[in-house]
Design a protein around this ligand. Sequence first.
Ligand SMILES: [Zn+2]
Length: 428
Amino acid sequence: MKRILILLLLLTVGFFALKKWSPDTLRKIAHLIPHSGKKGDAPEPQPALPPPEPAPVANQSSGDPKQVPSSTPAPKTVTVDKTAQVVVLCYHRVEGAAGGALSIAPEVFEQHMQRLKDRGIAVISMQDFLAWRRNEKTIPPKSALITIDDGYVSAFENARPILKKFGYPWTYFIYTKFVGTGGKSITWEQLGTLRDEGVEIGAHTASHQNLRDPRGKNAEAFEAWLNDEIIGSKQLLEKKLGVRCSVFAYPEGRYSAKVLDVVKAAGFEASFTVYGQRVTHGANAEKIGRYAWLSRRPQDMEMALNFTGPLSPSEAEPPAAAELASAMLLTQPANGDTISDSAPVLKANLGSLGEFDESTLTLRLSGVGPVPAKFDPETKIIEARPPQPLKPGEYTVFVSAKSGQKKVETQWSFKVVPAKGLNATLNR
Ligand SMILES: [Zn+2]
């Protein structure tokens, strides 16, 4: 009897030895080991590992299966083409004129995708791009990344089927406060679907504000706010979607030395602006330029599709910087924002309202009434300043106009707190 037991033991040990469990396997089975969870047990260690990467999808990585680390590493045979260049395309809404200046018609979007194919520009995944920069993988000499910003549902409904048809991987930069807010925003469920399909999910802050602007905050409060916007949005996406969020896009393409510090602390592998350029192997990872579609300036995207434009590193602002920035502004203050400025400038981009009769445009502030406003038909920005200082409290701005017989309307809310109360609010 004893001999049989010893034999069994030997067989078991042999089995485990042969199996050569890799760290990957161990991680996979870790959750199978039961935890008693009783009081008095040693506390479970917090997972030090980032959330697992999304499951690989056929069209996403043209790639190698995950290498299992072995005791004798195989010699590296990858020859990385360091002369390859990448153009990064940036879209926002794919719904035609109804989506305003940043929107593109689905047919035109499809033509862009076709042109990339016809010109032999290979659309690569974000992970392949990052692996190329790490010298782990090579890419075709003319490559492109496709990115869509903000979280409009048109990316899901209109761009996705076209991208699927071409088999193009893409990256979706999300500002988290927009998700699931109804209207034209994407939902967390839809984001989960995209994640499962292999779409790379990148961070695009929490509330989509110009990160350069401290908006009256003192240094400490500004830093806390930046952490929240940049690190907080990354963590929320990772928690909600169980993915590693390795890339970031600056709202309006704007950054400062301070912003770069926070982006570095957040641990992003690459961060994207909107300064269109051909990205080289050694381009600064903190300022990867993108060609953004702006309906009034189709020539900018033409450069990407023709594989022209300045070679990175290029710090120059594109000619369209101001136009782009105003097109990308949503509202000011941001929806749901808390401010201490009692005389804030109220601004909104009405590009999303579609066509309307400018002479019927009105702006009304709750508790105050109608406020005279300026409207710039070129940039579609409406701007107003409250006639008297605002008392602490919650405010909603209503902007409406007539479009034929219909009324079109948009609204957003913000909160005014006494200046000394802002820190306490932010740190809560
Ligand atoms: Zn954006």
